[in-house]
Design a protein around this ligand. Structure first.
Ligand code: AHG
Ligand code: MN
Ligand code: MN
Length: 337
């Protein structure tokens, strides 16, 4: 048998280096991983257990099930009893989720998107779960404001990808590592050590159907990519759009590129589509830890001070030199205005 490192071994060995580590974080991560294995199983079973076919479908008992909600409940049930959390916040639930009275409260907050890329579920394409961990004041009920912390305060962020294989990508602020689920044994095994994003890339991801709503800097960047070797970039670019942030980020971690869900002019109440606390922040932490960059176009994502738990932000992430170029195009436009 080869010398495989399991996720549990990896985390325990990392925590050993920290004198203040009490094992609570390891327990919390284990619980998140257990929930994600359960979600992976549900997603894999698909139509066999009646949760696929459409995001909202009927099971054999004739009950309506929505997979976003089922996966949300799996996360909550796996985490609320553990004593490691002061509270949770989910993309699917309006208010922060309180820890039931009968359980002790702990020193962390978890914020999550239980099912990312959910429009892909009925066509059997990649979906995922994204999570972000913050420290909190111990022993007190967190106020809604306790969740409104800059991404730079995260102690851990990760996502699980339910694709051809189930993978976990994780950072605790000390690089990024990828683990593949061994379905036979039920363990995540370290398979992608110290992931690094190439600084340059020739692949971009954006939903082109929104083109008419973009601002000038995004139009300029995409026009230049499309012009390829005939344009100012003097090389050809390739385009991808999976409509699943987890899949786009995983691709970028492996071969570079840039992902954009930029500011657009459709609805002033929505300065972007993706959610700061459940999507942009955890992905920004991972991307920066892998040597990439992540911006709204005008501000580093990890520096954005949240004002509400379901806040949306423009999101541009990926290979450092490409993201910096796009940020520069925003500066050019704003400076000329
Ligand atoms: P969610 O399924 O959690 O609502 O997130 C979907 C997000 C993200 O994963 C993806 O990048 C984007 O929405 C796709 O948006 P379009 O459908 O507008 O392309
Ligand atoms: Mn999402
Ligand atoms: Mn979601």
């Amino acid at each position: 048998m080869t010398n495989q490192v399991t996720l549990t071994q990896f985390i325990i060995e990392q925590q050993r280096g920290l004198p203040e580590a009490s094992g609570t974080f390891t327990l919390l991560l284990n619980n998140i991983v257990t929930a994600c294995k359960q979600i992976s199983h549900r997603v894999n079973c698909g139509a066999l257990i009646g949760v696929l076919g459409s995001a909202e479908s009927e099971n054999v008992q004739g009950e309506v099930q929505k997979l976003d909600i089922i996966t949300n409940d799996i996360m909550v049930r796996a985490l609320d009893w553990s004593g490691s959390l002061g509270g949770m916040a989910s993309e699917e639930i309006n208010d922060p989720i309180q820890i039931p009275k009968q359980y002790p409260k702990g020193k962390y907050l978890v914020l999550f998107d239980p099912l990312d890329g959910s429009s892909n579920i009925d066509i059997n394409l990649t979906v995922g779960t994204i999570f972000s961990i913050l420290r909190c004041r111990e022993g007190v009920e967190p106020e809604p404001e306790d969740f409104l912390r800059k991404g730079s305060e995260q102690v851990c962020a990760g996502f699980v990808l339910y694709g051809p294989s189930t993978m976990l990508v994780l950072t605790t602020g000390n690089g990024v590592n990828g683990f593949t689920l061994d379905q036979d044994v039920g363990e995540f095994i370290l398979t992608h050590c110290n992931m690094k994003i190439p600084e340059d890339a020739s692949e971009f991801a954006i939903n082109m159907s929104n083109q008419r709503f973009w601002e000038a800097p995004i139009k300029r960047y995409v026009d230049e990519c499309v012009a390829g070797s005939d344009g100012p970039r003097e090389r050809d670019f390739n385009m991808r759009w999976v409509a699943s942030l987890v899949a786009e980020v995983y691709r970028i971690l492996n071969r570079g590129g840039v992902f954009m869900y930029p500011f657009d002019l459709r609805d002033p109440a929505k300065p972007g589509k993706l959610r700061l606390l459940y999507e942009a922040n955890p992905m920004a932490f991972i991307i920066e830890q892998a040597g990439g960059a992540c911006s709204t176009g005008r501000e580093r994502v990890l520096d954005v001070k949240p004002t509400s738990i379901h806040q949306r932000v423009p999101l541009i992430l990926g290979s450092k030199n490409e993201v910096e170029r796009i940020v520069g195009y925003h500066r050019d436009t704003d400076g000329a205005a």
